[in-house]
Design a protein around this ligand. Structure first.
Ligand SMILES: Nc1nc2c(ncn2[C@@H]2O[C@H](COP(=O)(O)OP(=O)(O)OP(=O)(O)O)[C@@H](O)[C@H]2O)c(=O)[nH]1
Ligand SMILES: [Mg+2]
Length: 437
C-alpha cells in the first residue's frame, strides 16, 4: 500500500454526512468540495470522496457500518493515508474510526484540518498563541495511543510547511507523549501569555481610537478577495493566495478617501461555514476588533456558485458568534471580472437583491472609486452635526470631542467652551446635557 503520491503528498479521502431534517448551509456535495479545498491548502492530495444520508450519526463510528466498510475498501485500494470527515468528530468517533482503519491511517475532521491551516498561516505572536491554544484544547479530549504513535512517526517529516504531519503539527510532535496534566498546564500558560499580548494590543487600540480616524474592517468568507482589495486600495502587499485562510493576522493600512479624509482599512481572518467553536473562542480578541469598526465592508466572491450561502454564513458568524448586530455593513461583491465571464445572469440578480451593494473587481480595480465614494457617504451619514457648550470643569469631554469627532469651530464663553462640529451618533450620549443644537 502506498501512502504518498509521487510528489510526496499524503493521499486523502473525504467523507460527508447529511443528517435528515438538519440541513447544513451548503448541501453535502458543495460542503465536500470546500473540504477538498481545505485539504488542498493543508497539502493533502484528495483521491476520492463519498457521503451518506442518515437519520442521525452513528454513536460509535459516525457513519453507518456499511459505509465504513466501503470507505475501508477505498482506503485499501487507493492507498489512502488520511481519511477526512467533513464534520467535527467526537473523541469517541475519533477513537472508533482510528480503530476501524488501523494504525496506518490517520483520521482527521474539518476542525483539525482548519486548525492545521491556521497553524501554518499564523505569523504574529498572538496568532500563533491563539492557534496553539485552540489545538491543545481540541486535542486534550482526543489523546489516544494512536495519536502518540503517529506523532512519533510524523516527527521529523512534519517540519513547518512539510507534509505528512497534518493535524500533528505544532504542539503534536513533542507533547503527545506527555500526559494530560502537562497539556492542561500548557493551556493555562498559553492563556496567561495571551493575556499579556492582549493587554499590549489594548493599549495600541486605545491609542488608535484617540486619533478619531474611521476604521473600516473587511470581513467575508475565506478567499473572497479581502486582502487583494486592501492591497489595491493601499498599494501594499498583504499576502494573497488562492487558498483558504491565507490571512490570519489582522493588518491595517491607511487609505485616503476621495475628499482627502483618511480612513484605516483592516483586513482580518476569513470565515467559513462550520467554523470550529474552539477557534472562534481562541481568536476572540482578534475577532472582537471587528466590533470596533466604524463600518464593516462585507466582501463576497460574487463568482462563487455558493455566494449567497457564503453571505449567510458570514452574517451568522457575525451575529451568533461575535454578537455584532448594530454595526453598519456595506456589501461589496468582488471578482466581477470573473462573474461576467462565467454567468451574465448573476449580476442583475445580485443587484436586485442587494440594491445598496457595491460591485467591484479588486483584481482589475473596476468599481473602486465608486466604492470609496460610497464609503465616504456612509461615514458622513453616521456623523451628527452638533453645537455643544461644555463647562470648563468637564475638560475631559472637550478633549474627547477632539479625539472622536471633527471640530469645525471652537469658541470660549465665560464658563464653557463652545464646539461646533460632528460626532458619531454612538458617542453622543455624553454630550446631550450640553447640546445647544
Ligand atoms: N478574478 C478575480 N480574482 C480575484 C479578485 N480578487 C481576488 N481574487 C483572487 O482570489 C484569491 C483570494 O484572494 P485573497 O485576497 O487572498 O482573499 P481573502 O479574502 O483575503 O482570503 P483569506 O485571507 O483566505 O480569507 C486570490 O487568488 C486572488 O488573486 C478579483 O477581483 N477577480
Ligand atoms: Mg486574506
Amino acid at each position: 500500500m502506498t501512502h504518498n503520491t509521487q510528489d510526496g503528498l499524503p493521499q486523502g479521502f473525504l467523507v460527508g454526512l447529511e443528517v435528515r431534517g438538519a440541513p447544513g448551509l451548503l448541501d453535502v456535495e458543495d460542503s465536500l468540495a470546500e473540504l477538498g479545498l481545505l485539504a488542498d491548502t493543508a497539502g493533502i492530495h484528495v483521491v476520492g470522496q463519498t457521503w451518506q444520508r442518515v437519520k442521525h450519526p452513528d454513536s460509535a463510528t459516525f457513519i453507518g457500518s456499511g459505509k465504513l466498510e466501503e470507505v475501508a475498501r477505498w482506503v485499501e485500494e487507493l492507498g489512502v493515508s488520511v481519511v477526512i470527515f467533513d464534520d467535527e468528530l467526537s473523541p469517541r468517533h475519533q477513537r472508533e474510526l482510528e480503530k476501524a482503519f488501523g494504525d496506518d491511517v490517520h483520521v482527521l475532521d474539518r476542525t483539525a484540518l482548519i486548525l492545521d491551516i491556521f497553524a501554518r498561516h499564523a505569523h504574529t505572536r498572538e496568532g500563533s498563541l491563539q492557534v496553539t491554544l485552540a489545538q491543545y484544547e481540541y486535542r486534550l479530549p482526543r489523546l489516544t495511543r494512536q495519536w502518540t504513535h503517529l506523532a512519533r512517526q510524523a516527527g521529523g517529516a512534519s517540519a513547518r510547511g512539510g507534509t505528512g504531519g497534518v493535524g500533528l503539527r505544532g504542539p503534536g510532535e513533542t507533547q503527545l507523549e506527555t500526559d494530560r496534566r502537562e497539556i492542561g498546564r500548557r493551556i493555562t500558560q498559553l492563556k496567561a501569555e495571551l493575556e499579556n499580548v492582549r493587554a499590549h494590543r489594548e493599549r495600541y487600540r486605545t491609542q488608535r481610537r484617540r486619533t478619531g480616524i474611521p476604521v473600516l474592517t473587511l470581513v467575508g468568507y475565506t478567499n473572497a478577495g479581502k486582502s487583494t482589495l486592501l492591497n489595491r486600495l493601499s498599494d501594499s502587499d498583504v499576502y494573497v493566495a488562492d487558498q483558504l485562510f491565507a490571512t490570519l493576522d489582522p493588518t491595517t493600512r491607511r487609505v485616503a478617501l476621495p475628499s482627502g479624509r483618511e480612513a484605516l482599512f483592516t483586513d482580518t481572518v476569513g470565515f467559513i461555514q462550520k467554523l470550529p467553536h474552539g477557534l472562534v473562542a481562541a481568536f476572540r480578541a482578534t475577532l472582537e476588533e471587528i466590533a470596533e469598526a466604524t463600518l464593516l465592508l462585507h466582501v463576497v466572491d460574487a463568482s462563487h456558485p455558493n455566494a449567497i450561502q457564503h453571505v449567510e454564513s458570514v452574517e451568522r458568524t457575525l451575529v451568533d458568534d461575535l454578537g455584532i448586530t448594530d454595526l453598519p455593513i456595506l456589501m461589496v461583491f468582488n471578482k466581477l471580472d470573473q462573474l461576467l465571464e462565467d454567468d451574465p445572469e448573476v449580476l442583475p440578480y445580485l443587484k436586485g437583491r442587494f440594491p445598496d451593494a457595491q460591485f467591484i473587481s479588486a483584481l482589475t480595480g473596476s468599481g473602486l472609486d465608486e466604492l470609496l465614494t460610497s464609503v465616504e457617504e456612509l461615514l458622513a451619514d453616521q456623523q451628527v452635526r452638533v453645537v455643544v457648550r461644555i463647562p470648563y470643569a468637564e475638560g475631559a469631554l472637550i478633549a474627547r470631542f477632539f479625539e472622536l469627532g471633527t471640530v469645525e469651530k471652537q469658541a470660549h464663553g465665560d464658563h464653557y467652551t463652545e464646539l461646533t462640529g460632528a460626532l458619531e451618533a454612538r458617542y453622543l450620549a455624553d454630550y446631550e446635557p450640553y447640546r445647544v443644537k
